[in-house]
Design a protein around this ligand. Structure first.
Ligand SMILES: N[C@@H](CCC(=O)N[C@@H](CS)C(=O)NCC(=O)O)C(=O)O
Length: 301
């Protein structure tokens, strides 16, 4: 597959998720020059964005936002993303949110090396929407099996703050915010239930069955060359792998592809697990083993 360098069909700037200048309440970012990324070390969408930046060799300024202390609910952060989510890209004072839109924007600005092949733009956009639609499913798995069902409880004050925030996106009240609020309210109340795990895992399994057949014919998800789709799915696969999803048994080709990507430094350095998270994951795994509630058992895989 040939990957041309220019992308005339990529979305134009105003079709992407970019805040209008007047919507940016944290005015200091208007003065920032160059590429700045607001991100969190262990956030999957931030990891995806950082791997993309690494592969492109783009220079960027790092602004860590600590999700563990709800820093994303500060007035400062809500002033650049009223959804209270990372990552956020600031490029010469312009504010872009939504990781897949950020990456499409960067692809257009930095076409080499190509990570969105011209002939696959529509396909990639569709598949990236599918990936984004699974974000809450990914959260269900991560929160249940990696962070433990109690560890990421959201402060009521943070939930109320997001509920009351009046920030808009592209001139409109944000319809996505309700999804975030619902997730965290439900999570605070009952954690991630077995039922939620079963449903989320079955969605992933269906997609991995397709990937398994693609990857038995070609090295990367879209062909012979690495693309943004590989980066996006590498991150999900990494999370599922650490959560105990049985790749070896169900999707050996996917496992091979994942390990091949993990061997690349641009990938491995972004998913390095901090000791504290590794300890939380191990403790969760031990408890699950004792209770007979590991992922494969709950999901009957
Ligand atoms: N669709 C969004 C999802 C972003 C998202 O959910 N980010 C998570 C981290 S991966 C976040 O900021 N969560 C806030 C929290 O946990 O408080 C994107 O692709 O950028």
């Amino acid at each position: 597959m040939i990957f041309p360098a220019n992308h005339p069909q990529l979305l134009s700037g105003n079709e992407m998720t970019q805040l209008i200048k007047d919507e940016i309440r944290t005015k200091e970012v208007l003065e920032w020059k160059g590429i700045h990324l607001l991100h969190f070390s262990n956030s999957s969408c931030s990891q995806k964005t950082r791997i993309f930046l690494n592969l492109k060799g783009i220079e960027w300024v790092s602004h860590p936002v600590n999700l563990a202390t709800d820093e994303n609910y500060s007035d400062w952060f809500l002033g650049i993303n009223p959804r209270a989510l990372v990552p956020v890209l600031v490029d010469d004072g312009e504010v872009h949110i939504e990781s897949n839109d950020i990456l499409k924007y960067l692809e257009k600005k930095f076409p080499e090396p190509s990570l969105i092949p011209n002939e696959s733009i529509e396909l990639i956009s569709t598949l990236l929407n599918e990936e984004d639609d699974l974000h809450i499913d990914m959260r269900n798995i991560s929160f249940r099996f990696l962070f433990g069902n109690k560890a990421r409880k959201k402060k009521t004050s943070s939930i109320e703050k997001l509920e009351e925030d009046s920030g808009t996106i592209q001139g409109k009240e944000d319809s996505h915010k309700i999804k975030e609020l619902t997730f965290f309210k439900d999570f605070n109340e009952e954690g991630i239930t077995d039922e939620a795990v079963i449903q989320s895992v079955s969605k992933f399994k269906k997609l991995y069955d397709n990937f398994e057949s693609n990857l038995s014919k070609q090295p990367y998800l879209l062909g012979v060359q690495i693309s943004l789709l590989d980066i996006a799915w590498f991150i999900y696969t990494h999370r599922l792998f650490l959560s105990g999803y049985p790749f070896k048994k169900l999707h050996p080709k996917v496992l091979e592809w994942y390990k091949h990507l993990l061997n690349k430094k641009e990938f491995s350095k972004e998913v390095k697990e901090p000791i504290i998270l590794k300890a939380m994951r191990s403790a969760t795994r031990v408890q699950d083993k004792i209770a007979g509630t590991v992922l494969s058992k709950i999901s009957n895989l």
